[in-house]
Ligand binder design. Structure first.
Ligand code: GDP
Length: 197
């Protein structure tokens, strides 16, 4: 897919305030600092469409972008801040789960995990919840340029092994690097293949 246009539309505090759900939508989520903004910018061929390194603990917003006037790209707030209170965490979980469960035009969720780390409990739990909730998702391993060849693949296999403890079918997995633009075309291919609405 060639990116002709990508424009920021709106930040929303609740799923009810999101733009009209009249186009197919693809959402990106992951722990804070996973490289989500960098990957979105790399895919869109833009330097600062998604804002990088937002301050943890700030108001958590759902950001919508319109791409090629055909589909929505959604930048969901990062989860897993160590420094937020229990109440804040619950509020945040509610925001995310309500968005995912209620956003009817959501076609696929891209769950970003850092390729340098072994499978983390918080990510596995979130994936399990998506599976139980019948939400289609793709696992995106980020920052693979920071690893020696083979190491990212090993962590990818570690995810597969963990997920096979619960499921028979594995979600699609993509190795990416925003730095080198690896995997961006593959993500855009998935979006092209599924965005006929
Ligand atoms: P976000 O909080 O998930 O949006 O993460 P950011 O996109 O702000 O990235 C967090 C940090 O990781 C920044 O310092 C980025 O420069 C760095 N980073 C993100 N993606 C990559 C990548 O593909 N390769 C490398 N080497 N660094 C990256």
């Amino acid at each position: 897919m060639i990116i002709k246009t990508a424009e920021f539309l709106k930040s929303s505090q609740r799923w009810q305030d999101c733009p009209e759900g009249n186009l197919p939508e693809y959402a990106f989520i992951g722990r804070s600092n996973v490289g989500k903004s960098s990957l979105i910018n790399a895919m869109m061929n833009r330097k600062d469409l998604a804002k990088t390194s937002q301050t943890p603990g700030k108001t958590q917003l759902i950001n919508h972008f319109l791409v090629n006037e055909e589909w929505y790209l959604t930048d969901l707030p990062g989860y897993g801040y160590a420094k937020v209170s229990k109440v804040q965490r619950k509020e945040f979980e509610k925001l995310i789960t309500n968005y995912i469960l209620n956003r009817k035009n959501l076609v696929n969720l891209f769950i970003l995990v850092d390729s340098r780390h072994e499978p983390q409990k918080i990510d596995l739990e979130f994936m399990e919840w998506c599976g139980e909730s019948a939400i289609p998702f793709t696992i995106v391993l980020t920052k693979t340029d920071k690893l020696k060849p083979g190491a990212a693949q090993r962590n990818l296999q570690a995810y597969q092994t963990k997920l096979l403890e619960y499921w028979e079918d594995l979600p699609q997995m993509i190795l990416t690097s925003a730095e080198k633009k690896t995997g961006c075309a593959q993500i855009l291919d998935i979006i092209s293949e599924t965005n006929a609405m």
